[in-house]
Ligand binder design. Structure first.
Ligand code: AMP
Length: 398
């Protein structure tokens, strides 16, 4: 079975074609600058990457180009688009209705339209991607896989904010959680690696990338997570502030004469590592600056690692224990320094890492960095959201 996974952003569209019989990626790539020019990168394992500049006025056109590349005599990997058995779409937000991955139909798309006001950045491009696929592949089943659905079993006292209750009932203000597909993948993979039933494990999964979130997974169920109504809540990120005292926002808006869009832009795009250092949102640059003696870069790393540490302590308390701590995504998988800072002085909780293993880990594969006396396993587990989407899609269309 061949499954195409699509991830549509506001001006981008990423794709991966999987052969589910072997689990291999046959081809992958991305369209950039949709609506403002256009460029496509297409990668086939074992061949040179192919890039092209092409006018991409819409997601529809981008998808047409992707299908042309997948079936091209020189760059392609399949004879015709009929060979694609199903399409899986990454959808950030399923609202309160979609609690699990679901077949795409008009009802699903109509519902996603109704929740665009609470998902203005990610909702419209995902809908465009689905509509484009329905038009170009009308006979092929399509599945929507939601980042929020992993949190659908979270209890109300963890998702209701202490605000007037009508904000929830009338305005849908609640914690939804994001990055769920990644947390679900790494938690299942971790149980598999440890050879244990996920029902018997209390885990904390740290997805640390340009966007970061931490999730408490008790017996396979996500019971709490750091992101909330939007991906803005929680720990500091590349350019997002994470949680701040809410009163800062009206205070600084009044003081600097900012309107809501300008304020949202600062919180989303000019805060986090970039905001503190004034240099970069990229962890690598911040670390390099800190190592050169830049105090603000060193401060940014401490704020980030302390934010992660506080969530680990809180989630261990919520779960009444902890068996496994997992690091994933760009920073979590690749940066030993953040893992060292987070796990330092945590032996009271049973967390101790082996510094040698932490520094000399093998990239791209799961790696155990637990110390000899650790009561809590500490693992690096590379995430693979696209494969998780392909697996859900396969399950639903079968
Ligand atoms: P992501 O959003 O998961 O792509 O992660 C982006 C972040 O991960 C950036 O802050 C990078 O500094 C960091 N990162 C990504 N890849 C690497 C790598 N190979 N080595 C070190 N850091 C990396």
């Amino acid at each position: 079975m061949k499954i195409l996974v699509i991830n549509s952003g506001s001006s981008s569209l990423k794709y991966q074609l999987f052969d589910m019989d072997s689990g291999a990626v046959l081809a992958k790539g991305g369209c950039e600058r949709i609506g403002a020019g256009g460029a496509v990168t297409h990668k086939v394992p074992g061949r040179e990457n192919y890039t092209m500049e092409v006018d991409l006025p819409s997601h529809d056109r981008a998808l047409e180009i992707v299908f042309a590349l997948l079936t091209d005599s020189e760059h392609g990997v399949i004879g015709s688009i009929e060979e694609i058995d199903a399409v899986g779409h990454r959808v950030a937000h399923g609202g309160e209705k979609y609690k699990q991955s679901s077949l795409v139909d008009p009802e699903l798309i109509n519902y996603l339209e109704t929740i665009v006001p609470i998902n203005p950045l990610h909702g419209p491009p995902a809908i465009k991607g689905m509509r484009a696929c329905l038009r170009l592949l009308p006979k092929t089943p399509q599945v929507a896989v939601f980042d929020t659905s992993f949190y659908s079993e979270m209890e109300d006292f963890r998702y209701i904010y202490a605000l007037p209750y009508e904000f929830y009932t009338e305005d849908k203000i609640r914690r939804y959680g994001f990055h769920g597909t990644s947390h679900r993948y790494v938690s299942q993979k971790t149980a598999e690696i440890l050879g244990k039933d996920i029902k018997d494990l209390k885990m904390i999964t740290c997805h640390l990338g340009n966007g970061s979130s931490i999730t408490a997974v008790d017996g396979g169920v996500a019971i709490d997570t750091s992101m909330g109504f939007t991906p803005q809540e929680g720990i500091p990120m590349g350019t997002r502030s994470g949680s701040v005292d809410p009163t800062i926002i009206p205070y600084i808006m009044k003081k600097k004469g900012l309107d809501p869009d300008e304020m949202a832009d600062i919180l989303n795009k000019k805060s986090g590592l970039l905001g503190i250092t004034g240099i970069s949102n990229d962890f690598r640059n911040c670390l390099a600056e800190a190592q050169k003696g830049n105090d603000r870069a060193a401060l940014a790393l401490k704020i980030l690692s302390n934010g992660i540490k506080k969530h680990i302590g809180a989630y261990a308390a919520e779960m009444n224990g902890l068996d496994v701590l997992v690091f994933t995504a760009g920073i979590g998988e690749n940066q030993c320094e953040i893992r060292r800072m987070v796990c330092e002085n945590m032996n009271w909780l049973g967390i101790e890492i082996d510094n040698e293993k932490n520094e000399n880990f093998t990239r791209g594969i799961p790696f155990d960095i637990s110390g000899a006396n650790a009561r809590v396993k500490v693992l690096i587990v590379p995430t693979d959201e696209e494969y998780m989407i392909a697996l859900d899609t396969q399950r639903l269309v079968k």
